[in-house]
Design a protein around this ligand. Structure first.
Ligand SMILES: Cc1ncc(COP(=O)(O)O)c(C=O)c1O
Length: 345
């Protein structure tokens, strides 16, 4: 039985063109700045994001950590959403490694942080009781908010607030190309008002490994140093970066198909008994829904779906996540819907 794996867009496998590019890649020692393939990927990433420079790192988690370490010193504070990936799922790295104090404010269902909540969380720099606020972190698209998209207009308002208080903005853009696709703008427009941006090659773009940190030349110089501190300086990393170049060249334009499939999935799920889901809220490739009290639990649903050859993710006792990606076709969505109909009967 063919398995339809909707757990995450991180399960994507490299395309044949990526494997060939990895085989053919010209290599050097990247810690010495001599890997031509990594250098090309970093230049491409900076250009796509409209920033001066970029540095290649092994994962999205390291990308965010490198950025937080570059912006904040020990005992300083970073404001972020209570559902931010950085807060929930990065092993507390900024606190564990950097002594950075995370200050959470509520994420709204659309992934935003209320500007009033952000402002209320900014500390008085003259009061010695407080850690010093340095940074505001945003996430676009927002994973736990069902792939919600932050608009450039919203980020511009956060920028204006940050400027009033002399703060920096970090954008966790793990799925920034999904955001740009949904908005019909370039990734540079989405990244415009952020001081630093991280994005992943190994999610919807299907490369096997790697993320990029983008920002000013000076910021990236700092980030490169922090990457080394974390042990993320890789030598002939061009063998991996080669797949990332193919990802940027060939995998961005197809994200629109993932979004259409996610919408199809959401529209098919919404009328099923026990499903609490508004398909109009699905903007990109992540579909999160609730099973109402009285319906089965998420773990039972996932187990029954797996028996039908469909894998979904659990995000709470009654919450389920399904993610569309390269390798998931419209037929697969229809198979998942047929299975869900059986399971929720
Ligand atoms: C929004 C967001 N940021 C960061 C990451 C971390 O990426 P990685 O798993 O490559 O460390 C993820 C992973 O799912 C993510 O969804």
């Amino acid at each position: 039985m063919r398995i339809v794996d909707l757990r995450s867009d991180t399960v994507t496998l490299p395309t044949p063109a990526m494997r060939q590019a990895m085989f053919d890649a010209e290599l050097g020692d990247d810690v010495m700045g001599e890997d031509p393939t990594v250098n090309r990927l970093e230049a491409m990433a900076a250009a796509r994001l409209g920033k001066e420079a970029a540095v290649y790192v092994p994962s999205g988690t390291m990308a965010n950590l490198v950025c937080l370490l570059s912006h904040c010193a020990r005992g300083e504070e970073a404001i972020m959403g209570h559902m931010a990936h950085t807060f929930l799922f990065e092993a507390g790295g900024s606190a564990a490694v950097g002594g950075i104090h995370p200050r959470t404010v509520p994420n709204q269902p659309d992934g935003t942080l209320d500007l009033g909540d952000i402002e209320a969380a900014i500390r008085d720099p003259n009061n010695p009781h407080y850690p010093a606020t340095r940074l505001i972190c945003l996430e676009n698209t927002h994973n736990r908010c069902s792939g919600a998209v932050l608009t450039p207009a919203y980020i511009a308002r956060v920028r204006a607030l940050a400027d009033r208080y002399g703060l920096k903005i970090h954008l966790d853009g793990a799925r920034i190309f999904n955001a740009a696709t949904a908005l019909g703008v370039t990734a540079a427009v989405v990244a415009r008002d952020a001081d630093s941006v991280s994005f992943c090659l190994s999610k919807g773009l299907s490369a096997p490994v790697g993320s990029l940190v983008c920002g000013s030349a000076e910021f990236v110089r700092q980030a490169r140093r922090q990457r080394k501190v974390l042990g993320g300086g890789m030598r002939q990393a061009g063998v991996l970066a080669a797949a990332g170049i193919v990802a940027l060249e060939t995998m961005v334009d197809r994200l629109v198909d993932d979004h259409a499939n996610a919408r199809r999935l959401a529209e098919g799920l919404a009328p099923l008994p026990g499903v609490v889901l508004d398909p109009a809220r699905i903007q990109t490739n992540i579909v999160i829904w609730e099973l109402a009290p009285g319906a089965m639990l998420a773990a039972e649903f996932a187990a029954d779906m797996a028996a039908h050859g469909v894998k979904v993710g659990l995000v709470g006792p009654r919450r389920i996540r399904a993610v569309t990606h390269y390798g998931i076709e419209t037929d697969d969505v229809d198979r998942a819907l047929a299975a869900a109909k059986e399971v929720l009967r």
